[in-house]
Design a protein around this ligand. Structure first.
Ligand code: AMP
Ligand code: MG
Length: 389
């Protein structure tokens, strides 16, 4: 049984070779940059009005200004401003040469082609050329996960094709003679398979590509066939169930028979103790215990960062600090125990939770907290780290 930190280190030491490909700007969301993006231009590319108003020379200090032109966003100023002159300008319009501030329309009046300032405006109301991004600047670094805001930056510096890393292909296998597909009738002793769907959703959220999904009864020959296919065809295989010490937990043996080198089996984490991880060539495989919370938590803690590594991104979970609203106790402390919590305005509340089968508890949770190994009491009011889910 190894602690989480050791498992994380083992996973970080597995060599990965993300391969780049080129995609269009429209397709790049959720992908990871395989190149630095250097801006070919200043942003804004020119001094730009931040408000509707009148562009003028701040050195003038006049009471009235002659309006010499109207500048719309996208149009080109016709002439430089002379002393005592101003240009009516719309938000986004390019300042005429000589102008260095915009007086917003709300504090002005127009009288026969003259501007009169009737109120106070202390702001310059100008977005200056290059104040957001400088030409030649690295605006996004290789390894960046592209969210909508990064897509906006790519577009705003004029990029149309982006080098990103290929998405790893993932195969899922839910094992268990008791599990059946939602939609089928449930017979005595059977339950619906939820792990296939939770894992598929978690995989999709990382941007990896789900290639193949299987479900297998606890029969060695069948599981072996399914696993062999997935190992042959996918970059990453996720198996749920059948990894523990039960009579019908065949997965660890089969993985070894199929030539998988086991890097760890059994973690000092609750839930998720029987988790197994191995590699065969460039394919990696995780086996997680079948209880739905175990599957979910181990994905969050270990599988998700690993998938991001396969995509060339170093995933750092957001860790929030909160204050524990009530004391939490436990009897055994050999493992690091993860619990679902509700995090609101810095307060951390535990939720009714019956253990690793109780997936419904996670629907009210927006975070996970951990009892560190060796700790049996988390006092009320103590500072605690929350991992958002
Ligand atoms: P196992 O890891 O195979 O020992 O399974 C542990 C528990 O998780 C058992 O109660 C299983 O019935 C349950 N379980 C296994 N696979 C699934 C699944 N795909 N969906 C929901 N529950 C499961
Ligand atoms: Mg099982």
């Amino acid at each position: 049984m190894i602690p989480r930190e050791e498992a994380e280190q083992i996973l970080k030491d597995i060599p990965v070779k993300p391969t780049p490909e080129e995609v269009s700007l429209e397709e790049c969301r959720g992908r990871v940059l395989a190149e630095d993006i250097i801006s070919p231009l200043d942003l804004p590319p020119f001094d730009k009005a931040a408000m509707d108003g009148y562009a003028l020379r701040s050195s003038d200090q006049a009471e009235k200004y002659r309006i010499v032109e109207v500048i719309a966003a996208g149009s080109h100023p016709q002439r430089p401003l002379q002393p005592g002159e101003c240009a009516k300008i719309m938000t986004g319009g390019k300042l005429p040469p000589g102008a260095d501030r915009v007086v917003r329309r709300e504090v002005t009046q127009e009288e026969d082609g003259w501007l009169v300032i009737v109120g106070e405006d202390k702001e310059s109301n100008v977005c200056y050329q290059g104040e957001d991004i400088r030409r030649g600047e690295v605006v996004l670094e290789k390894g960046t996960f592209l969210r909508p805001q990064e897509v906006a930056v790519l577009a705003s510096v004029g990029v149309t094709r982006v080098k990103v890393y290929c998405q790893p292909t993932v195969g899922l296998l839910a094992t268990g003679s008791e599990i059946v597909s939602p939609g089928e009738p449930l017979r005595e002793g059977q339950i619906y398979d939820s792990n296939t769907y939770s894992l598929a959703a978690q995989v999709a959220a990382t941007g990896a590509r789900l290639k193949k999904v299987g479900r297998g009864r606890d029969e060695p020959a069948l599981l072996r066939r399914e696993l062999e296919e997935l190992l042959d065809e996918c970059d990453l295989v996720l198996v749920s169930g059948g990894v523990s010490v039960g009579d019908y937990d065949y997965v660890p043996t089969i993985l070894q028979e199929l030539g998988v080198q086991i890097h760890f089996h059994k973690l000092a984490i609750k839930p998720g103790k029987p988790t197994i991880f191995g590699t065969r060539g460039e394919t990696a495989v995780f086996g997680v215990p079948g209880n739905p919370v175990s599957t979910f938590v181990i994905f969050e803690l270990l599988i998700k960062p690993f998938i991001f590594r396969l995509m060339g991104h170093s995933y750092q979970p957001l860790l929030l600090k909160g204050e524990l609203a009530e004391e939490l106790k436990r009897k055994k402390s050999r493992r690091e125990a993860w619990l679902p919590v509700e995090y609101r305005q810095g307060q951390v509340r535990s939720l009714p939770y019956h253990g690793s089968a109780h997936i419904h508890a996670l629907t009210r949770a927006n975070g996970l907290i951990a009892f560190p190994r060796g700790v049996k009491i988390l006092p009320k009011g103590s500072q605690i780290v929350v991992r958002p889910i």
